[in-house]
Design a protein around this ligand. Sequence first.
Ligand code: UGA
Length: 445
Amino acid sequence: MKISVIGLGYVGSVAAAGLASVGHDVLGIDINAEKVAAYQSGNLPIYEPDLADLMEAGRRAGLLRFATSDEVSEPLGDVVIVAAGTPPKESGGADLSQVKACLSWIMERQTGLEAILVKSTVPPGTGAKLHETVLAGSSIEYVANPEFLREGYAVHDWFNPDRIVIGGGEKSQTLLHELYVGMSAPYVFTDITSAEMIKYTANAFLATKISFINEIAVLCDRLGATIDDVCEGISLDPRIGASALKAGVGYGGSCFPKDVRALDEVALTNDHNFELLRSVITVNNRQKYLPFYALRQRFGTISDLTVGVLGLAFKPNTGDIREAPAVSLIQQLIDDGACVRAFDPKATDAARKALPDGVTYTKNAMECAEGCDAMILMTEWEEIVNADWKTVAARMNEARFMFDGRNALNPDSMRKLAFEYHGIGRPSKVPKVNSAAPSLSDQHS
Ligand code: UGA
């Protein structure tokens, strides 16, 4: 098939390279000339494991090309995939302007086109409306085809999908089997709005699991129970499972925070108060500041402290800092006068642009620890988890306060190295710092 993919972010770039790898003739399109040039030269503008090699193979086979939207003069092919961004608006709702602009652009060049597949995450009801308006009178099929790729594992997830969700008419079923040739995942064929709802429901449910376990972790801290054991105990129930149950400083990234807020807005505009979702958001907003509360409780004042932050990306294996808990935390530490040192294997450049001057960026955990009173692990990069902790301890000031915001380290090993270790829902034995949320009385005072 000849396919055009519009929007070369995490989803579009992986889709383009993945489809070329099974023999489709793919043109990747973006309005951003710098981005297009980067893909053409093989110098990817994003860090995503295995993507560079996959793209290189596609380019060599002559099946993957890139162009800016201004440069495109050829027909767009049998299918166009829309993977434009849907960033959050002030109100929390999704900004659909990029998706709408893509559709209008496509409709001006639609010769021979059979279907438009929308992978962008759009609020339920959007596709049906666009089908009736932008595509009115045309025989082109509108297909909602949400993606479930995780950043950092996107290439792996592309080739090993749990499911392929397709919202559209009958023609879309044949087309999609042809498009996803060789993929052995279960197909869910449904209407456009239900397909869109599946995407939001999946992300909102996963976010709910994370906030739920974070609330349980707070209680574990209060009661002296250990969240790791609690999780093991519940996850053996197949109805619960083990995924999205890692307590920590909360979910970040370009998806969960945005999609949960957007679903909340969809609910409100449809006259429904989705209270559970509101709580998910509130709990998540709190989690990223837990290390700050713990520091305040332990040291009283923050302004005399030098704090090392390990991990800036919203999760490991990505350079993405969008809605990263570490960014909010560092901002708070700086506002309260702390000296901040930081380390991340891939996200330093992005963080430099987002954070105020004054943060000292370092090359590894050991360098980061130099002269620190406290270290806070915010992202569980393998390189950070497996750091030389003995050297880290030796380079820190006497307090050796360690807040493990992802429960990624072994508390006993850390304590043996003379760290004052605190996790989330892993009550510490010496000395007691309530690392969890401020108590009810604090919150109301
Ligand atoms: C998420 C979904 O997992 C994908 O299925 C979906 O396709 C994607 O959003 C999207 O909508 O495009 P992603 O944002 O890449 O993928 O990252 P996740 O691995 O799901 O993690 C999201 C956040 O939750 C991270 O900050 C992570 O640290 C946090 N998290 C995750 C937890 O705090 N605890 C957990 O148990 C799992």
